[in-house]
Design a protein around this ligand. Sequence first.
Ligand SMILES: CC(=O)N[C@H]1[C@@H](OP(=O)(O)OP(=O)(O)OC[C@H]2O[C@@H](n3ccc(=O)[nH]c3=O)[C@H](O)[C@@H]2O)O[C@H](CO)[C@@H](O)[C@@H]1O[C@H](C)C(=O)N[C@@H](C)C(=O)N[C@H](CCC(=O)O)C(=O)O
Ligand SMILES: Nc1ncnc2c1ncn2[C@@H]1O[C@H](COP(=O)(O)OP(=O)(O)OP(=O)(O)O)[C@@H](O)[C@H]1O
Ligand SMILES: N[C@H](CCC[C@H](N)C(=O)O)C(=O)O
Ligand SMILES: [Mg+2]
Length: 485
Amino acid sequence: MKQLNEYLKDLDVLEMVGTGDPEISALTFDSRQAADGFIFVAMRGTKVDGHTFIPKAIAAGCQVVVCEEIPVETPDGVIYIRVADTARSLGWLAACHYDYPSQQLQLVGVTGTNGKTTIVTLLYRLAGELGYKSGLCSTVANFVDQTVIAATHTTPDALTLQGMLRQMVDAGCGYCFMEVSSHAVVQNRIAGLRFAGGVFTNITHDHLDYHLTFDAYLKAKKGFFDGLEKDAFALANADDKNGSVMLQNCKAVHKTFSLREMADYRVRVIESLFEGMHLEINGKELWTPFIGRFNAANLVAVYGAALLLNWDQEEVLTALSKLLPVDGRFETIRSRTGITAVVDYAHTPDALQNVLEALNQIRQAQNDLITVVGTGGDRDPFKRPIMAAEAVKSSTKVILTSDNPRSEDPETIIGQMMEGVDFKDRIKVISITNRREAIRTACSMAKKGDVILVAGKGHETYQEVKGVRSHFDDREIIREFFEQL
Ligand SMILES: CC(=O)N[C@H]1[C@@H](OP(=O)(O)OP(=O)(O)OC[C@H]2O[C@@H](n3ccc(=O)[nH]c3=O)[C@H](O)[C@@H]2O)O[C@H](CO)[C@@H](O)[C@@H]1O[C@H](C)C(=O)N[C@@H](C)C(=O)N[C@H](CCC(=O)O)C(=O)O
Ligand SMILES: Nc1ncnc2c1ncn2[C@@H]1O[C@H](COP(=O)(O)OP(=O)(O)OP(=O)(O)O)[C@@H](O)[C@H]1O
Ligand SMILES: N[C@H](CCC[C@H](N)C(=O)O)C(=O)O
Ligand SMILES: [Mg+2]
């Protein structure tokens, strides 16, 4: 255990009320978790202000409070530490508490609207193929070497994150690959971390409910690159017009990847089939079971990051072609009757457009492409009509349905999606609120050779309706209906 003064050396303390240097047992930012010997960090949230829970945290045994505003009443025996930004301070306190684990391994962060989970998971698997122990922080799951820890967020809170990194270091991991969400940057969940490198995939429409403007969303992503040190690498997608924005004034070593332009790491799609793609990466050819140009971009980003970590180029290329698609991303299920279903986590307009483009390139023109899609409740409402329009533009039939409606009315969400569909196109659209029914309908409509895309939920094994989560898995449901054909 450490004394308080050790924790304070990383903070810019503006004011302190109370004296002493108590021994600290743990940290918390939630008064409900507080106990004797804890530091309580008061954070201003989106729903409530953590400062209002300071008395509760003290009643539970906290002797040290880190806050942005010192309360009027300051009982004896409690030390109040005022800082400008408690969320940022939490990152540094957590880093100190766990003995700065990010400085003891090579941490690579991946940010962007789409492709983060794919890239970090492939880097983690590639490390395994090459015999390196590593950790993973992703939307689907976290891994400490081979041990899985369930994921609640794409990027966990600073305390959970630093704790997990400590477990990785203790387990002998030399690397950690993590997703850096824009929420995490804004909420300073990544404060106190030292990155060996950062990767930028792309930025398109998402999360405008939280960031309000595209500019603010862009700034959040850029915030991650602005924080990289000069010995780190910054690998950006040259095909995205904001790739260069990420690199502007970034101290790290600039590198790029591209499907089109001259870049440090280049990929070309030689052939694309349902079984996979034939690629050329920096002049070397390889086969991969991945489908879609966007996955060629993901693979070249993985290749670039691997070389920037000084992994052996030949070994990387050999292992790359063995990697299999990630859970819930372009997962293919075939019926005995010759129908192909694809389950994909496309939950943004750009992702949906990309997946549909890939499917249209590889399917036979005479066959139908039936898309089943919804959009999440309590999340960006502006993407709803755009996603419906994308689905209609590139599919022959569309079934609009529910995703995770959360606290919202599912029919209202579908109604907002429908607003994006031109009147003349409505003939090819039906809406079925119950997602299971929607999938069943798609399976019974499809004929031999047709393709069904079930988009939006990918790996998820639940559906949240009116705040209640029940077991739900697009893949299980498709298999069940395919059995009945
Ligand atoms: C909008 C958002 O990001 N919210 C996150 C935020 O919660 P919040 O701001 O609502 O917190 P709050 O409820 O207002 O509480 C404020 C403070 O008071 C404290 N409190 C509260 C009650 C109490 O009795 N005592 C107490 O001390 C809370 O612990 C907190 O410190 O801080 C919490 C703790 O870190 C997060 O769990 C929570 O994530 C929510 C659950 C969430 O859904 N977040 C999503 C939107 C998210 O973060 N997504 C991104 C990106 C997704 C992607 O694209 O992949 C992700 O990284 O997962
Ligand atoms: N490089 C890419 N460019 C555009 N779309 C992509 C790319 N990679 C994946 N996608 C699409 O986006 C979906 C989500 O991919 P992935 O889970 O890798 O992204 P993510 O950035 O982790 O998403 P999230 O923000 O939910 O964590 C995929 O199912 C696919 O449809
Ligand atoms: N990480 C994304 C995932 C959305 C997935 C979709 N199935 C939904 O629930 O809206 C988010 O929180 O916006
Ligand atoms: Mg993800």
